[in-house]
Design a protein around this ligand. Structure first.
Ligand code: 0WD
Ligand code: CA
Length: 377
């Protein structure tokens, strides 16, 4: 057994690998028309309760509280209740488990096999993994690392935080932690538990255990393309038209350069995240440095793309994503739940590469036994 240059171990699967081992990340290499991307279709939804128990329903779906959108100004204190934040352990490395639980429960209740419940998906991941990959041609600060496993003709993609990201998390300042809370507190100010609740309950402790996810399928690329199945955490639904809405906070713009910076960097992430699941509107809480939201306004996802034309093109991101998924198909040719590959990019790298993980490093074997056993022939 010969060692690979990057430290992995060669195994049977790599003998049949063909094609390139890398994708350039240069934006100009991906200019051109938008590739075919079929409108994301929701095929299911699931909820996680305070104990992270998965249910095959929309019990955790919240309703947008629309009144603040009509106000000229508001004063939401995003730090309120910070001491009582009921928070998930930020160091816990989450895998695809809750999504896989939903897939398993669907198969059980509908008596279907894996291929049927997943709509013949070729790739399964969280939406966040696709956002990170697709934004790479314009990214210069944050690297990422995805572990990939091919099992049952599906390539499962699971993000694992990079060492740099881990260090940043460990050294996070009080202010950074407070600002993380602000995002969740804004959700509480802006959502109702039921459609007929009059006002949000803003004195109870904020928790980030509960969540609602939409599961969508889509196809990327000409011809058969890549068949994708992914799940995304979704903040709420607008009762006026039943569209999902993403909630975000943003420092108020005070000059042209702040606005410019927003469209250049942050807006791309916002656009990708919502566009991938077909969300039409983001509701933005414009805040000051003291964590007070002063104004709440809608932002159309389509307009984010047109306002950012000078800075980035969605087509580049989707052409790049298509190439990366092709690369994965070329490299992961054999079903082997024990063969983990890393798809990785870090600031300064000219390419995104795929390399096998060490078999001994079981940390990255993210497909749980209960899932594999449930669907083994
Ligand atoms: O630990 C990890 N490496 C990750 C875990 C990375 C990405 C996702 N996840 C898990 C989390 O359980 C998350 O809730 O997947 C779930 C859904 O993922 P997604 O929708 O694909 O994630 P993404 O689009 O990146 O983020 C959506 C929301 C975030 O909202 P904002 O407005 O901040 O983008 O999911 C939440 C967050 O509210 N979220 C997380 N919450 C706690 N820990 C995390 C996380 N690591 N990632 C996303
Ligand atoms: Ca959000």
């Amino acid at each position: 057994i010969a060692a690979e240059p990057h430290g992995g171990t060669r195994h049977a699967a790599s003998k049949s690998n063909k094609g390139p081992r890398m994708c350039s990340v240069k934006a100009t290499d991906y200019d051109g028309p938008f590739p075919h991307f079929s409108a994301p279709t929701e095929i299911g939804r699931f909820s996680l309760d305070r104990n992270r128990k998965v249910t095959n329903d929309a019990s955790q779906l919240k309703y947008l509280y629309r009144a603040p959108l009509e106000e000229e100004s508001v004063a939401f204190d995003l730090s309120h209740g910070h001491k009582r934040f009921d928070e998930r352990d930020p160091f816990n490395q989450e895998t695809l488990d809750t999504f896989l639980e939903w897939i398993t429960s669907m198969a059980d209740s509908e008596r279907q096999d894996l291929k049927t419940v997943t709509h013949s998906a070729e790739f399964i991941s969280w939406r966040g993994a696709l956002t990170k990959i697709a934004s790479t041609p314009y990214e210069n600060r944050e690297g990422w690392r995805m572990a990939c496993i091919r099992y049952a003709d599906i390539i499962f993609i699971c993000e694992f935080r990079t060492n740099t990201k881990q260090q940043q998390l460990e050294s996070a300042s009080y202010r950074q932690k407070l600002m993380t809370y602000w995002g969740y507190k804004f959700e509480q100010y802006m959502t109702l538990e039921t459609a007929d609740q009059e006002k949000p309950e803003t004195d109870s402790a904020v928790n980030n255990f509960e969540q609602f996810c939409t599961v969508v399928r889509s196809r990327l690329g000409e011809g058969p393309g890549h068949r994708l199945l992914f799940a995304g955490e979704t903040d709420c639904i607008d009762p006026s038209d039943n569209a999902y809405v993403e909630l975000k906070t943003q420092r108020q713009f005070e000059n042209k350069s702040q606005k410019n910076n927003f469209y250049r960097f942050k807006a791309l992430k916002w656009w990708l995240q919502s566009f991938l699941v077909g969300i039409p509107r983001i509701v933005v809480g414009f805040r000051d440095d003291d964590g007070f939201v002063r104004q709440v306004r809608p932002m159309r996802v389509r307009e984010i793309a047109s306002n950012s034309k000078d800075h980035w093109a969605g087509a580049v991101c989707f052409n790049f994503l298509q190439s990366v998924l092709s690369l994965l198909k070329d490299r992961l040719t054999v079903n082997d739940m024990n063969a983990v590959y890393f798809l990785e990019w870090n600031p300064g790298w000219q390419n995104v590469g795929v390399k096998p993980a060490k078999k001994s490093d079981t940390r990255f074997h993210f497909l749980p036994d209960w899932f594999v056993e449930r669907f083994s022939e």
